[in-house]
Design a protein around this ligand. Sequence first.
Ligand SMILES: [Zn+2]
Ligand SMILES: [Zn+2]
Length: 152
Amino acid sequence: MNLTPAQLRFLADRAGALADEVRALCDGVAADAPERDPLAAALQAAAWFERGSEDLRRAAGDLDRLWAVRECGMPWGVCPEHGRTLSSTAGTSTCRVCGRTWDHDRLAKPCAEPVTWKVTDEAGTVTMMCDGHVLGARAVLRGATFTRLPAR
Ligand SMILES: [Zn+2]
Ligand SMILES: [Zn+2]
């Protein structure tokens, strides 16, 4: 997929320019000229172009937010490399695989790792996840689609 918010903004600009061009054409016609009535539909079209331009711009903004690097936010922490392999004792967490330790209880806090995957389950529900959480999800989600987000 070769889609970027910039492309949507480019199209939004073109739709906005079309609206301006239609209005400029119609404005050249005197208010009492007989052409005014047939041009009503053209002015309506200009309004639609303008509306389309706004919608395209909103889509670009939504895409920006979707792709922005953000925190995973799953309700428990994982080892970024190994997933659900943490044990917590006395306020520290340790990965049973790599032995990495954290000086806080990672299991008790929402995951703060960057989102790197989009996971779509069989029902079509989309969840954004970090590398570590995707490991666990792959093991339990049957029929889900895993899409790596573009690096940025
Ligand atoms: Zn680990
Ligand atoms: Zn996570």
